[in-house]
Design a protein around this ligand. Sequence first.
Ligand code: IPM
Ligand code: MN
Length: 360
Amino acid sequence: ILSKRIVVLPGDGIGPEVCGEAVRVLHAVADRFGHAFHFDYQLMGACAIDATGAPLPDATLAACHQADAVLLGAIGDPKYDNNPAAPVRPEQGLLRLRKELGLYANIRPVTAYDQLLEHSPLKAERIQGTDILIFRELTGGVYFGEKGRFDDGNSAYDNCTYSRAEIERIAHRAFRAAETRRHKLTLVDKANVLETSRLWRETVQQLAPQYPSVALDYLFVDNAAMQIILNPRQFDVILTENMFGDIISDEASVIAGSLGLLPSASVGDAAALFEPIHGSYPQAKGKGIANPIATILSAAMLLDHFGLPEEADTVRDAVQHALDQQVVTPELNPATRYTTEQVGSFIAYAVLDIADCEMH
Ligand code: IPM
Ligand code: MN
């Protein structure tokens, strides 16, 4: 029996809806396996700006520091996207939270589900069997470098900095993951142009002898963007810096068939946060059409983090069951019209091992 405190940050747009379903599934896990999960709801993002003026209120940050894990829905609101002069933005809350919690490794699995092969715009025979684990550095690089304007606002800059220590700590995690998988690690960089990328290559290369069973190779990010679509099965673990990882993980989601399927874990030495890779999808807010699976699979990663692999696998099996039965939201099957809540409930029931879990 395990007792854990989970801070839930539902956020904006579809965030509360998809988080609600992931919490439903975690309740089912707690029931079936006899654990006690305590959920503490806090504000972050545009909803926090509306309520308090700050995207990451002090109370939220304090609660996250004390939690065993954080579950996040999504943040963002179009009223900020179209206003470059906005003094505070929802994204600042997420970026600060990642930094304050020291969540330097963002782990994004990309899987081609057999049930959805025909759904991807890519050819089924090309993507079948794809199983990639992306390690994206999350607290450094151009996202966190000095930024500003000069020349009366007519020029702008964003600095990109990395230290050897920042590269080593995530590289060790990526090598260790490769050791438990297919023993291949691909560093994605732009070492033909960027000095930071040359430091990445040099540092990762120096660590390689500590992991003799792992074959290390390198790709420039432009070529990697092409290879991910042309031949995704060639990849096992991908390691990359913050912005390249942001871009190629959205690209790789096309393989899965929907951005609504991809979970992520963001971990550091003292904290862990779990969130879908998709955004707040404001157009879908309140319509019951948002796919909760990415957040539910993020909850499965949270269970892995708690040292509960059987519970995590049960959640993943329940998701497979929903895909088998085509209990999916409209972007995956417009004919069936299951809602966010119906998909979440189906998966929660499957976790509880209810024999008759067909939808009525
Ligand atoms: C992501 C998102 C964030 C990022 C945004 C919302 C700041 O796109 O988690 O991938 O760029 O990291
Ligand atoms: Mn992104």
